[in-house]
Write a new protein. Sequence first.
Length: 118
Amino acid sequence: QVQLVESGGGLVQAGGSLRLACAASGRTFSTYTMGWFRRAPGKQRELVARITSGGTLYYVDSVKGRFTISRDNAKNTAYLQMNSLKPEDTAIYYCAARPAPGDPFNIWGQGTQVTVSS
């Protein structure tokens, strides 16, 4: 079973940057679609960004132009570079994996807190 471990969260001022990393165990990381989700206080979890095994990208509108998702299959790691952070980006960020097209995201990390102060 693949396990995911996030790192890189923290406290940053508005306008600042953070890079989240998601390290995966197992040998099949390169075949997975990887996603970054977030849950803000009082809000539902939302998909922030997604990258397929072939490199196709998706971003929610609110982060386009500010966030970049990437992956390094040699390191079994996915990243989320977050620039120009806003207080509304404050949330717990979760890394997730989707083993095959059509599958749900069913492998989850423990989450990492991102807090953006104004």
